[in-house]
Design a protein around this ligand. Structure first.
Ligand code: XMP
Length: 530
């Protein structure tokens, strides 16, 4: 891989994605990883990320000079660039000129390897206080700006390169070219990493891991679990069983659609649908507190899933039923494989380690033996979301799955403010279906991140319809834009579209006599109301 050494800014993931966009596989490693461990990963090249510190600050992450002596091509970006200069015999100093934002270069060497064919006609994104004031011996200065006497340098003989700016961000006009020049000209790496390769590689790995065994996957209806299942299905065919728990809190026709889309696209996999609506409704009766609702839904979900799982494992001979109905693992020691749609950002954020391959069933409420351990199968753990979508498309999953907007696990249970009942769910489902239909018809599905539709079940207001007074409930539309759901803004859906949604809902759902729009960003509001 190409390794991105994370010096603690938020840029490392972006750099890794850009490298992958150049069709070269890349991974992120923490700056605390030892040089020996970094080199043990056999990197084709190393990119040093930006970071928040000054290289001279106390506790600033250090760059081991040995990393620059190993013969592996290195590109330093921003902090990484300064750390390189400091680790060699260059000079880094506060120049008193802070460069921040779009910056014009003052000179650029388009005949260099790194900035090959580039010219002054571009903006680069800067964000730094200190500057490199003298390049290390043997290095050519290949760009300057007013605040950076050395804005880029290279030493092609040693395969060492650096730029002060952030080529990975979209605001740097020709940033992707800088990265590609480094990968191709500086490191001699061929662009061979494609979606097709990812699929072949993961299918081979899954086959090796599971061998002749069987696996189970919980489908949520979301893109991650669907793509993970489709990959594993391609690897082991009908030895994969998918379980879809219908908790009765899904939107209109959703369960049927998920079943249909999944069945069509993955042909061979077995799908077990568990209808657990009544069990969930019973468990939620009388509950209004949001956290309590979430806990109940989570608990019931695990109960249902583990029961389904135990049935499947028994059928497959991994478990045997004792006379008293309790479950024991069989003597043949078969492993239970559990497929999960873990993505790369989760892996990075939880420390980036190789991960616990073997987990216990922590929520042992469904009758599985205490000591039954699952081996996780995580075919997406090296991928970013957009790559997962590309893999899904290539595997033939339909667009409605691949581009499905996020939908919370607890479903409509957390979009009814007040007690969850079947009647209320039906009212919300009808209103939600209208809103989704109109947003789709207006072509807004990829512009908005998602649009929760929320029923204020305990609020009533007076209205008039025909000649009569009504006393109905309000529905809240919560359309948001977002990149990652950590922050969000309310989406500026055109008035005509909002008008159509409002008219149709109040005409077609008699229990609703008011439609209101949520215009709160996150923070301070969350996306969901509960
Ligand atoms: P909030 O409401 O926290 O939501 O701003 C952020 C994103 O997460 C989704 N969400 C969930 N997804 N299980 C999920 O799988 C949950 O319990 C859950 N709660 C919120 C929400 O739809 C939004 O996209």
């Amino acid at each position: 891989p190409v390794l991105v050494v994370d010096f603690g800014a938020q840029y490392a993931q972006l750099i890794a994605r850009r490298v992958r966009e150049a069709h070269v596989y890349s991974e992120i490693v923490p700056h605390s990883m030892s040089t020996a461990d970094v080199l043990a990963k056999d990197p084709l090249a190393i990119i040093l990320s930006g970071g928040p510190s000054s290289v001279y600050a106390d506790g600033a992450p250090r760059l081991d000079p040995a990393l620059l002596e190993a013969g592996v091509p290195v590109l330093g970006l921003c902090y990484g660039f300064q750390a390189m200069a400091a680790a060699l015999d260059g000079t880094v100093a506060p120049t008193g000129v802070r460069e921040y934002g779009a910056t014009r270069l003052e000179a650029i060497d388009g005949s260099s390897d790194l900035l090959h064919t580039q010219d002054l006609d571009q903006n680069v994104w800067m964000s730094h206080g200190d500057s490199v004031t003298a390049a290390p011996r043997g290095f050519e200065v290949i760009a300057t700006s007013s605040g950076s006497p050395v804005a880029a340098f290279e030493n092609p003989d040693r395969h060492l390169y650096g730029v002060q700016w952030h080529p990975e961000v979209g605001h740097s006009d020709r940033g992707q070219e800088v990265l590609e020049n480094f990968l191709r000209r500086g490191a001699g790496i061929d662009p061979t990493w494609t979606t097709g390769n990812v699929i072949d590689e993961q299918v081979a790995r899954v086959r090796e891991q599971i061998g002749e065994g069987t696996a189970i996957c919980a489908l949520s209806g979301g893109v991650d679990s669907a793509v993970a299942a489709a990959l594993v299905q391609r690897a082991i065919g009908d030895r994969l069983t998918c379980v879809y728990v219908d908790h009765g809190l899904m939107r209109q026709d959703e369960s049927v659609q998920i079943e249909k889309a999944f069945g069509e696209s993955t042909g061979g996999a077995r799908l077990v649908v568990v209808d657990a609506e009544q069990q969930f409704l019973d468990a939620l009766a009388g509950v209004t507190d949001p956290e309590t609702k979430r806990k109940i839904i989570g608990r019931e979900f695990i109960r249902v899933f583990e029961k389904a799982q135990a049935d499947i494992l028994r059928e497959q001979g991994v478990l045997e039923a004792e006379g008293d109905g309790s479950l024991e693992t069989t003597e043949n020691d078969a492993t239970a494989f559990l497929v999960q749609g873990t993505l790369y950002p989760d892996v990075v954020e939880s420390g980036g380690g190789e991960g616990a391959a073997n987990i216990k069933s922590h929520h042992n409420v469904g009758g599985l033996p205490e000591d039954l351990s699952f081996e996780l199968v995580e075919p997406l753990r090296t991928l970013f979301k957009d790559e997962v979508r590309a893999v899904g498309s290539e595997l033939g999953l339909p667009d409605e799955i691949v581009w499905r907007q996020p939908f919370p696990g607890p479903g409509l249970g957390i979009r009814i403010i007040g007690e969850v009942t079947k009647d209320r769910l039906d009212v919300l489902r009808r209103a939600d279906a209208i809103a989704r239909e109109e947003l789709t018809a207006a072509g807004l599905d990829r512009d908005i991140w998602q649009c929760p539709v929320v029923l204020l079940a305990d609020v009533r207001s007076v209205g008039v319809q025909g000649d009569g007074r009504t006393y109905g409930h309000p529905i809240v539309l919560r359309p948001v834009t977002s990149d990652d759901a950590m922050t969000a803004d309310w989406a500026q859906v055109p008035y005509e579209v909002l008008g159509r949604i409002s008219t149709r809902i109040t005409n077609q759902v008699p229990e609703i006599n008011r439609v209101v729009l949520d215009v709160t960003s996150k923070p301070p509001g969350t996306i969901e109301w509960e």
